[in-house]
Design a protein around this ligand. Structure first.
Ligand SMILES: [Ca+2]
Length: 336
């Protein structure tokens, strides 16, 4: 979970290219043309709860209140109580919204939420207040396990949480919600300024090579898995854990010489540690990708590096692992 404090959420308004760069679906390369209306605008209506009609509530433990003194924007926030009463189903309160415009399969979305806690307490077995993201098809059928972000116990000022997740095949709707959760026994959470924004990849040019993780040349403390759906090829690689160094290395990669984008497709539920990427034995460049909220929700993290024409190597390294990541594949793109 990302716990950096933020007083407001950026809402990028710059336009995405009309022509999406090629995507991989299994072994099929698609050139998807985006509709004119596609942009990086926030897809959530009344993201600051200023228009309560845009939100549906599970019950009275979820209400939109006037709280101008501490709202992140406007005058309203969502208030959820945590009042575990002995039966799990009695303690669930939630406000939800179904997003029906702007969800496209294969696009990576960033979902951000701000949450403020007052004396949030629980029995400590993982049942914390959460924000969830669920993908659905045109018939309203849920397509994959929801992605979750867990809010902390305790008393704290507004904290930003965020995940990145690719909409799965068939997805045309997303449900975003904020919930109290079973095992929470006490306290109140306040929620404000949600956003669901498509992520642009303006530097990606032509896709020149796809390398499946499970077909890599060498592994250190890694194994092939197929438990979680949504991967391409014949599986994905999962480093051993906990807290052990692991690596995946691809060799003999032939591409045109020059600078490339290296996009690693991954999933990781929460608690991401930095990963390092080294090209042709060069310096290890560390990145900390965003969590995807579920091992079955996928996203990409990109590096940039110079390649030779033939015989390149890529080595991805992990350390201090707690959970995940799952590594599906690497896509190499020319720079735009
Ligand atoms: Ca794979």
């Amino acid at each position: 979970m990302n716990s950096c404090v933020a007083m407001n959420i950026a809402n990028p308004q710059f336009n995405m290219s009309k022509n999406l760069k090629p995507l991989i679906a299994g072994t099929l390369i698609l050139a998807l043309s985006l509709p004119q209306s596609f942009s990086q605008t926030n897809l959530i209506s009344s993201a600051g709860f200023e228009d309560p009609t845009k939100w549906t509530h599970r019950d009275g433990g979820s209400e939109i209140i006037d709280a101008a003194d501490f709202a992140l924007s406007g005058t309203k926030v969502l208030r959820l109580t945590n009042d575990f009463a002995g039966k799990k189903s009695e303690s669930l309160h939630a406000a939800a919204q179904t997003v029906t415009n702007g969800v496209l399969p294969g696009i990576v979305y960033e979902y951000r939420v701000n949450v403020r806690g007052v004396a949030v307490a629980g029995i400590g077995t993982g049942g914390k207040p959460i924000a969830a993201l669920t993908w659905k098809n045109a018939d309203g059928k849920t397509l994959a396990r929801s992605s979750y972000m867990w809010a902390p116990y305790g008393t704290y000022d507004y904290t930003k949480m965020q995940i990145a997740a690719e909409a799965p095949p068939g997805a045309v709707q997303a449900v975003v919600d904020c919930r109290s959760w079973w095992d929470c026994t006490n306290g109140v959470t306040y929620w404000d300024e949600l956003s669901l924004v498509p992520r642009a990849f303006p530097k990606r040019g032509r896709l020149v090579k796809t390398l499946q993780a499970e077909d890599a040349a060498a592994f250190e403390n890694c194994g092939t898995q197929t438990k979680h759906p949504g991967y391409s090829g014949s599986g994905y690689i999962e480093p051993a854990k906990p807290r052990i160094e692991a690596s995946i290395e691809w060799r003999d990669i032939d591409v045109s010489a020059g600078r490339k984008i290296i996009a690693v497709r991954y999933s990781v539920e929460a608690g991401v540690s930095p990963w390092g990427l080294s090209v042709n034995g060069g310096a290890v460049v560390a990145h900390k990708p965003q969590a995807t909220g579920s091992p079955a929700a996928w996203a990409t993290e990109s590096w940039e590096a110079d390649f030779n024409e033939i015989g390149n190597t890529l080595k991805l390294t992990f350390r201090k692992l707690v959970v995940g990541p799952q590594i599906d594949r690497v896509d190499i793109y020319d720079l735009n």
